[in-house]
Write a protein that binds this ligand. Structure first.
Ligand SMILES: *Cc1c(COP(=O)(O)O)cnc(C)c1O
Length: 438
């Protein structure tokens, strides 16, 4: 399998090259040359197939010759080494809990897979691999955890000052060693722009191999398909396809779901659940795609004004807006509605959601109100403890803090503060590549 650039100016590459490059030289996102289609029997018999076998079968057509089968199987098995349960709220609504990994967010799955792939690929390289990543909250922690102490790989994480939760900040700033955290005096889009600028800096890439760990990287994006298959495995109504609501920011997660669907996964409809950063809901309503500055909300991992992966969604549907509209709806949810939903979920079902999951639940509920015969799943993308004070305030009750989070809160942050200034970032990258720490 080869991957081509969506800007069509760079040559097609293998999975290995796409994972190492992150973005194509022409700045386009990589996209698979063809989408594998699985036999119907695979979906009919999925209940008897172990999760790691499902994941292996899903990813193998994409990784192709880049990773030998035994190595790939080991990577996949380690990636999904925690439960991903489908939890029933009532007859119509189920929560797919993606937050049982080490950093308590769904991004663990993509980050664990990617870090293990890059660890494997860097074995036979002399120069250091430097992973550069901008985070609006959860990516940083998942990437930091996934790459911590991977030999030959240094990680630089940019996050917006004051715009990530206390636990998120600790998760990405306290590890040290090969993990370098930069606190940027700006918002997420500023962080992302700085990272993009570094990738176009030819001088930098002469000395070390720069790659991204954002959801644009195929090694993070593609394994996110796994849990859509696990959801189907656990779905009790095989003759009624689920509607799936995905809390969306950069649209990597939902794009993986749409790709799984293009491979034959039975899904009735997808819902992109957004906060007030509503570029995609507006696009679906008006046909005009108008990026904006990100607005800060309670569901901060979705505060994205120009979602990178949306171009991949258009590619899946080959720019036919009609097919897209048939398969995808999108709703924009305010912070006030998010708080009311957290409260409702707790009072009505005794379910403690996080703000992102609450946005997903409410968007799903809106759709189901208009389509009363359907049943659906919302993805619960983070553990509520990551947004402790907001959630406790909303539900008016305390929540249990897992022991690994308690211990991280006592550790000291090792972040370095920078302005929205490319020269400052460049100096940090140069230091790291020269082995002088950040
Ligand atoms: C990153 C994140 C999202 C958004 O995912 P995308 O793939 O960027 O759309 C939603 N919820 C949580 C908790 C996240 O960390």
């Amino acid at each position: 399998m080869k991957f081509y650039s969506l800007h069509k100016q760079s040559p097609a590459v293998t999975f290995k090259e796409a994972a190492i490059n992150g973005q194509a030289p022409d700045k386009g996102l990589y996209f698979p040359e063809h989408i594998p289609v699985f036999d119907k029997s695979f979906f009919d018999q999925i209940g008897t197939v172990p999760d790691e076998d499902i994941a292996f079968r899903v990813i193998r057509p994409y990784t192709g010759q880049s990773i030998p089968d035994d190595e790939l199987y080991r990577i996949v098995k380690e990636t999904i080494d925690f439960p991903i349960p489908l939890v029933k709220l009532n007859e119509e609504i189920y929560s797919l809990e993606l937050f049982h990994g080490p950093t308590l967010a769904f991004k663990d799955i993509g980050a664990r897979f990617m870090s293990r792939c890059l660890g494997y690929f860097s074995k036979d390289r002399k120069e250091k691999v430097i992973v550069l990543v901008a985070t609006s909250g959860d990516t940083g922690g998942a990437v930091a955890d996934g790459f911590y102490n991977v030999p030959g790989v240094e990680v630089i994480i940019l996050y917006p000052a004051g715009k990530v939760s206390a636990i998120q900040e600790k998760q990405l700033t306290t590890l040290g060693n090969n993990i370098h955290a930069l606190e940027v005096n700006g918002n997420f889009d500023d962080c992302q722009d700085l990272v993009k600028q570094a990738f176009t800096d030819r001088e930098l890439s002469k000395h070390s191999l720069l790659t991204s760990a954002n959801s644009i990287n195929v090694a993070r994006w593609l394994p996110q398909q796994f849990y859509y298959f696990f959801a189907w495995k656990q779905w009790a109504f095989k003759n009624q396809l689920p509607v799936i609501a995905v809390p969306s920011g950069n649209f990597g997660n939902i794009c993986a779901g749409l790709l799984a669907h293009a491979s034959g996964l039975p899904v009735k409809h997808f819902i992109a659940a957004c906060n007030v950063n509503d570029v995609v809901p507006r696009f679906l309503a008006t046909g005009r795609y108008e990026p904006r500055k990100a607005i800060a909300t309670l569901s901060n991992a979705m505060d994205v004004g120009n979602p990178s992966n949306f171009v991949r969604i258009l590619e899946i549907f080959e720019k036919q807006q009609e097919g897209l509209k048939q398969m995808l709806s999108s709703y924009s949810i305010t912070d006030e509605e998010t708080i009311d939903t957290l409260k409702y979920l707790y009072q009505r079902f005794g379910y403690v959601a996080d703000p992102h999951g609450a946005v997903g639940f409410l968007a799903l509920t809106r759709y189901l109100n208009d389509h009363p015969r359907e049943k659906g799943i919302f993805l619960e993308t983070a553990h509520p403890v990551k947004f402790l004070s907001d959630v406790e305030q909303a539900i008016g009750a305390g929540i249990m803090i897992p022991p690994n989070i308690k211990s991280i809160m006592e550790k000291k942050s090792q972040a370095i503060s920078i302005n929205v200034d490319y020269e400052q970032l460049r100096a940090c990258i140069t230091n790291v590549s020269n082995g002088q720490g950040s």
